[in-house]
Each structure stands twice: as C-alpha cells, then as structure tokens.
Design a protein around this ligand. Structure first.
Ligand code: CUA
Length: 335
C-alpha cells in the first residue's frame, strides 16, 4: 500500500524541477538577450545573483566558524575585543554600504542603457495599442496597420510608443528589452534594437483579465530589404478577391456583422473594435499568438471564437457552413 506514496514523493522533486526549468530555453529567455539593452539587464541579473551567493556563502562560513569556536572554547568573555568591533563595523556597515552602492550604480547605468529615446528621434517609430486581448500595431507616416505581429529591421533603433484602449497591459519582449506598462490615457516608450535576425516572442506582462495569458505577440527582426518590402506591402489596401468562394466571402464579410468590428482597407469594412485584417494571410498566428493562422483554425475561430478564447469580445456570427468557408477563403487570400 505504501509503494504508490513513495513513488509520488519521489516524483515530486522531478515535477518541481520540470516546472522550474519550464521557464528556460524558450523564445522569451531574459538571459539570452539579442540587444544591447537585454544583455545589460542579463548582466545586472548575473552580478546580483552571483554577488548574493558570495555574500551568503561568506556569512554562512562566519557562522560555522563562530559555532565551532564556541564549541571548542565555550562562551566568549564579556568584554569585546577591538577585532570583534572591527568585524561588526566592517561586515555590518562598511561592506553592505559598499556593495549596495556598487549595485545601485550598476542599476542606474542599466536603466540608462535601456532608456528609450524620444519618439520620432530614431529611424523608426511604431505605435502599439493594447486591447483585451490583442495588440494593434501602426507605423506612423505610412498607412501600414497590423496586429499581434511586429516587424522591425535588424540593427535599427526602433521606438515603440505603447498605450491601451481599455485596461492596463504591459508590453514585454524579454529577449529585446525591459517591459513597459500600457496605461490608459498615457503613452510610454520602449526601445527595440535587435542585433540578430529572428523571431522573438513577446507577452503581456500585466494581468488584464480572463485571457491575459493568451495575449502574446511576435517580433520579426528582418534584414532591412525584407523589412522594407514587408512595410510597403502592409501599407497597401487589400487585394481584390478572386472570383468564386473568396469573392462570395468578401461580400459576406461586408454584409454580415464582421465589418462592424474589423477593418479591411480598400473595402467598406472599417470597424475599429477588433484587429485590422487587411493583410491577415501574411500573419503566422491568430488571436494574439494563440492558434496558428491556417484555414481549419480560422474556420474554427469564426464558428466559435468563445471556445478558443473564452471571454474575448468577438461574438459567434450566425453564418452557414458555406459562408464560413467563403469568408475563410477570402481572408486567407489577403496576403
Ligand atoms: Cu494584456 Cu495582460
């Protein structure tokens, strides 16, 4: 009867370790920075982490020495020697003051390194607005608008101007920089300056309601020419639908409630509640990095969005199976 209990007890540390390690090695690893800013943050972490262990080890060693001495010699005499005073003043006052001052200096310098310059003062500024639960992304000076997937050129200082349309969210790309809160009625800025081409995951870092955990996004760091082509395409209006299913889908989209919430530039759909869908097919994911952008997932999302992401603001629209199929064909043609 006791065997299962023992097995469970033995598997507990394994489970705890698995949970602990689950935070490592993903595409949002704060210790694997790909920008000067995130490397500075990781450096500050390691200095504090290693420093804390050195201090802990030193204090522990003093305790052990004191314990052993007391066992060998019994209680110390009443009057305290000058050496003991020096130890108390040095270890209890001087050493902490010096250590904390050094850490304070390093922290201030890290804050300085990660400070975003003013919007508009660098090569590129992007406006990101948090919504329950997606990210609206605009490129000022162009007509480009997208959602949940941000493209930036590599080795370029990009200022993200962050705000919110509803509650407080927090914009965080752990491998690129610190996080920044999105506060109603205010704008905050954060700098993205990636030194390597790749895809970096971001996550809302402030609890913002039921689907906070499903408020992710992707930052694509592109070579400059790839970025320019992407941005030029994003700024264009949607391509006209092909004949057949996609054409019928376009008409359904505009005549049904879909167009009341979503914008497809170049069509009569100009809703502002949900994400801009002008180039939806160029995105890799749907519903803020919750499901892949593939036909079967998009169809499932349109049929029953509350099943995929309970509490989100998209209602299930009463469409026939053919209508759903046509709308999916249309949306997946919007490259
Ligand atoms: Cu938005 Cu949490």
């Amino acid at each position: 009867m006791r065997a299962p209990c023992r097995t469970r007890a033995r598997s507990l540390p394994v489970a705890a370790l698995a949970l602990l390690l689950a935070g490592c090695g993903s595409s949002q690893d704060t210790l694997q920075g790909h920008s000067r800013q995130s490397k500075a943050i990781a450096h500050l972490f390691w200095v504090m982490f290693v420093g804390a262990w050195i201090v802990f080890g030193f204090v522990l060693a003093l305790l052990v020495i004191a314990f052993l001495r007391r066992r060998r010699r019994g209680a110390p005499p009443e009057e305290t020697s000058r050496g003991a005073y020096a130890l108390i003043l040095g270890g209890g006052l001087l050493a902490p003051a010096l250590t904390l001052s050094a850490l304070f200096g390093l922290t201030i310098s890290t804050i300085h390194t990660t400070q975003a310059p003013a919007a508009g003062s660098t090569q590129l500024t992007i406006e990101v607005t948090g919504h329950q639960w997606f990210w609206d992304v605009r490129y000022p000076g162009t007509k480009a608008a997208t959602a949940n997937e941000i493209h930036i050129p590599v080795n370029t200082r990009v200022v993200v101007v962050a705000t919110t349309k509803d509650v407080i969210h927090s914009f965080w790309v752990p491998e690129l920089d610190r996080k920044i809160d999105m506060i109603p009625g205010r704008t905050n800025t954060v700098l993205l300056d990636a030194d390597r081409v790749g895809v970096y995951r971001g996550q809302c870092a402030e609890f913002c309601g039921l689907q906070h955990a499903h408020m992710g996004f992707l930052v694509y760091v592109d070579p400059p020419d790839v970025f320019r082509r992407w941005l030029a395409n994003m700024a264009k209006p949607a391509r006209p639908p092909a004949a057949g299913g996609a054409g019928a889908g376009a008409r359904t989209f505009v005549s049904e409630p879909c167009s009341g919430c979503h914008t497809i530039r170049g069509t009569a759909a100009d809703g502002k509640v949900g994400p801009d869908l002008t180039h939806l097919a160029s995105r890799e994911t749907l519903a803020a990095d919750t499901i892949p952008n593939r036909e079967e997932y998009l169809a499932g999302w349109i049929r029953d969005p509350q099943h995929v992401k309970p509490g989100n603001r998209m209602p299930a629209v009463d469409l026939s199976a053919t209508q759903v199929q046509d709308v999916v064909a249309y949306l997946e043609s919007l490259k």
